[in-house]
Design a binder for this molecule. Structure first.
Ligand code: MRU
Length: 349
């Protein structure tokens, strides 16, 4: 299994995704500040992975505290959560994970639990989230496999694979699930400018699994669709609003429009922790703007003239009307999304 992130007795160990695919190296975060830093610098990225990383960061902060009592630790706990919550704004999984740690801390504190027990329970919670994420991805894979063609091309954008989760992946989990059931899938991986998650990460992890993969530049998808080489699209999501609008890596929206134009199904695969029913529509999802140098430079070399204007939104929002189905661990959700997301939430309670 690809070791995206792992709790160790010395801290949280991450595969360094900024170095892949040419170098397989690891970063050990021994403090919660270092966990925040690996999220900001994209050593770890992908919505479910950053959620669980943040939970482990909270557990690490609790473990390392010099406080002697719960009351002494409480303001430090707030500081830890605030730093981790400030790392990236779009993926709701980050806030979902931190809120879950906060709720647990508040409950334990109200019950008068001792600080050593709190430290242990926060760690258990983070480890449960880790295991749950892998189980959710496997369930997403099982539900989504049926929707994939028996034989054909499947396009994906960015990396929603093992590297973006604790293992197996969401969109790539669907592809893995289909391949495990004997389907002959050829993956077309958009390179995903500017950070190249598709070219570097999706290609790397699918090749490790022996799944046939072709990388294409982002501007080639329309042409391949017109040639009949793509039978389905499956992507991940960073946040899905209550009406089904889905934020994902910049460029996803254009792929969805292209798929609709060519009559190709467009699926979004995500765990329930990506669904944000408190956000009514996609227009309200905060979109991270990243550094201009991701666009102006590549491999340390400047590509653009000095001083030119640059925009670098990391995500876009695909309106629900382009989404054929949302594949979750609870099953496949279909339009009308407001009603079906609400019904699935009520059913799970
Ligand atoms: O900026 P990134 O690399 O964190 O963006 C990742 C994506 O957009 C993924 O598609 C999304 O988080 C889903 S991961 C299962």
């Amino acid at each position: 299994m690809i070791p995206t992130l792992e709790w160790t007795s010395n801290g949280v160990r991450f595969i360094d995704q900024t170095k892949l695919p040419l170098e397989e190296s690891y970063v050990l975060a021994t403090t919660y500040q270092q966990v925040a830093d690996v999220i900001v610098t994209m050593v770890v990225r992908g919505a479910p992975a950053i959620g669980v990383s943040a939970a482990m960061g909270v557990a690490l902060g609790a473990k390392n505290t010099a406080a002697q009592t719960t009351a002494e630790f409480a303001p430090e706990f707030e500081k830890i959560c605030a730093l981790l919550a400030g790392t990236r704004p779009t993926a709701v999984n980050l806030f979902w994970a931190i809120d879950r740690m906060k709720a647990l801390f508040a409950k334990l504190r109200s019950e008068g639990v001792t600080l050593p027990q709190i430290q242990q329970t926060l760690l258990s919670e983070a480890l449960t989230m880790y295991d749950q994420d892998i189980a959710d991805c496997k369930a997403i894979g099982a539900h989504g496999a049926d929707l994939m063609p028996d034989k054909g091309g499947v396009l994906t954008h960015c990396n929603a694979g093992a590297l973006a989760t604790c293992g197996y992946g969401t969109a790539l989990g669907v592809i893995r699930g289909a391949v495990e059931r004997g389907k002959q899938i050829h993956v077309f991986a958009d390179e995903t400018r500017p950070f190249l998650q598709g070219a570097r990460l999706t290609a790397w992890e699918l090749m490790a699994d022996g799944i046939p993969t072709t990388v294409l530049c982002d501007n080639m998808a329309a042409s391949l669709m017109r040639q009949g080489r793509i039978q389905a699209v499956v992507v991940g999501a960073d946040r899905i609003a209550a009406n089904g609008d889905a934020a994902n890596k910049i460029g996803t929206y254009s792929v969805a429009i292209l798929a609709k134009e060519h009559g190709i199904p467009f699926y979004v695969a995500a765990p329930w922790s990506t669904i944000d029913r408190a956000t009514a529509t996609g227009d309200l999802i905060p979109i991270e703007e990243r550094s201009a140098t991701e666009v102006t430079h590549h491999g340390g070399k400047q590509l653009t003239p000095h001083g030119v204007g640059i925009c670098n939104p990391a995500f876009d929002v695909t309106p629900a009307k382009y989404i054929t189905g949302i594949i979750t661990e609870r099953g496949v959700i279909r339009a009308p999304y407001i009603e079906s997301l609400r019904a699935s939430e009520l059913e799970a309670k």
